[in-house]
Design a protein around this ligand. Sequence first.
Ligand SMILES: Nc1ncnc2c1ncn2[C@@H]1O[C@H](COP(=O)(O)OP(=O)(O)O)[C@@H](O)[C@H]1O
Ligand SMILES: [Mg+2]
Length: 719
Amino acid sequence: MGDFYEMFYEDAVTASRALDLTLTSRSKDASGSRIPMCGLPHHAADGYLARLVEKGFRVAICEQVEDPKKAKGVVRREVVRVVSPGTFTQTAYLDDRAPTFLMGVVLQTQPAASREHDRYGMAVLDLSTGEFTTAEYDGDTGRQALRDDIAMLRPREVLLSSEDDLRPLLPDAPEPAITTVEPWTFDVDRARDALTEQLGTTGLDGFGLDNRPAAVAAAGAVLHYLRDTQKAQLQHVRSIAFRHTADAMVIDPSTMKHLEVVVSSEGTRKGSLLAELDHTVTVMGSRLLRAWLLRPLCRLDEVHDRLDAVEELAFRSVERAKLREVFKSVHDLERLVARAAMGTAGPRDLLGLQRSLATIPRLRAVLGPLEPPLLKSVCAQLDEVPDIRDAIEATLVSEPPALARDGGAIRDGVDVQLDELRGISRSGKEQIAAMEAAERARTGVGSLKIRFNRVFGYYIEVSKANLHAVPDDYHRKQTIAGGERFITPALKEFERKVLGADERILEREVRLFDALRDTVGATAERIQETARALARLDVLTGLAETAAVYDYTKPHVHDGDELLITEGRHPVVERQAAHAFVPNDVTLNATTHQVILLTGPNMGGKSTYLRQTALIVLMAQIGSFVPANRAKVPMTDRIFARVGASDNIARGQSTFMVEMQETANILHTATSRSLVLLDEIGRGTATYDGLSIAWAVAEHLATDAGARPKTLFATHYHE
Ligand SMILES: Nc1ncnc2c1ncn2[C@@H]1O[C@H](COP(=O)(O)OP(=O)(O)O)[C@@H](O)[C@H]1O
Ligand SMILES: [Mg+2]
């Protein structure tokens, strides 16, 4: 209402509590009781929205949808948008370096078939960037993998069909908001239609979604929900990727946690592998590096491509420094283009987008002579989108206001009509200024002033002492402490000109700005491609920087079987250790060194040795150099890390049970290409039992005829 959003009845009571707003009341309702009400200023709405969404509320935003001046009777209002945890995209309130995911999950059962034929579909969209991916999972093993993926992706909101009971698949912490939707929103045929329409294609084969009904259904439900709640164009959601489980190394959430890949044991980014490796300059690069670490590659050629690019950039320190310098002028292009597509970008956002695009010729010049194929292809994807860059530059002033309706965002010379109106406004203001001088001369009152306020518009102010000199044609409007305020017909005539023009200037500016924003939104796809290439380049350059600064070496990643590390270090511990880190060697292979049994006293460095081995493998498979003198790393399909519960037997049976179940799970799912770390397994029980269990597990891993994963086994039992 005007410059405020207001809430009434129960909404007002709830919101006033959640936001510490004062609860007041308006008029009375039919029964004569007062109507509770609270309000918040329009310009601060995003901050309040962020707090409500953070608390898990869903907020419907109603706005006037017609001009109050032109409306007959009550001004029409409509719900323009519904904001929920998974659809809140106000960049200022999001973590720059992490995605914000809305997820849909569906179960497709076959009639009269066993649970082994269950199929799960999952789709996940980051509305703030337009990144959209989907996957399928089969049977009981699939169910477990889905649960792991959900825990890893940390969606902020999950859509479930009211028919499926999938809540057990969702993590307890951080607990996502759950939105239950009607089962038909997961209907495959509707979903296919919604997807082809959104993606602007006739079929879904091009996205690898032919014969993926569960994935399609989940993606369709996500789209349906967005259309329902956002009521805005989603031009930045123009592609979807199907994730094959086999394309990436599998690292389950407990292993991720134990290895402290993206979060340290303290729950912070600091102290994690991500924090140590992250020498990216842009937030897009930072988000992408995180995504790479959560999903290391499983294809040898892709790993080699990344490693070759990192090697070149690590070696070329001058070029690397130049690239990193240029990246400083690159904004969060992914989120800016999404804001343009959703119609929420302001003038400064578009200017940030333009300045980011303007860096591209410089980046291409640096990249030009570099040979590695991945750098060549990134360079080819960097499109400066010159039409958009030039349009923004030509339209906006160099320091525009945050909002178009604040006025002054559009340059002179862009639009004839706007220039004319500005001319009128300017000359009116000049005439008023001239009038002040003329009236001073006429009345002989040197202190006479012409001023403006929102209530009277322009007025002439004369102080008490000079009131005797006021001419007859002045009409008194108001008496104030120091004097009186007057208007004259001539002054009002100028005012009509100025104010009329000013109002039309704003209307015109907003219209021109919206048109510019729509043009940018319509090219979202091209800008996104550039943004992704920029992010990739930033990650590769960042990894090269890390390699150079921390003295890492290029691992030899191969299709064979041998894991060989000479003088390996733990990438995080070596940076934090008070004393010099003592490097260690590792040899593991399927024949002579399949299991390493590591014994030694507490605090001997066993756990660190296990983790550093896994981290080196993981780093190699994202395409990073590694902390070692030399490293031969075989392509690894899974890493498992399990730690025994603490020595405290009092922690009880359940911890021990979980530990044994997880160990059993590893014994069942590991392959000969897996790396298994077992750290003090069996600790959670009496010494003798623990030792027996540890022994049995080690023996099984070493001698079982089936899979013989490379295994590192640490125990302080050394009988
Ligand atoms: N190679 C090493 N060089 C220097 N310090 C190390 C090394 N390995 C471990 N440490 C330090 O020694 C301490 C004990 O290491 P940890 O791996 O937990 O031992 P354990 O598992 O044998 O009890 C840790 O504080 C760690 O930072
Ligand atoms: Mg230990």
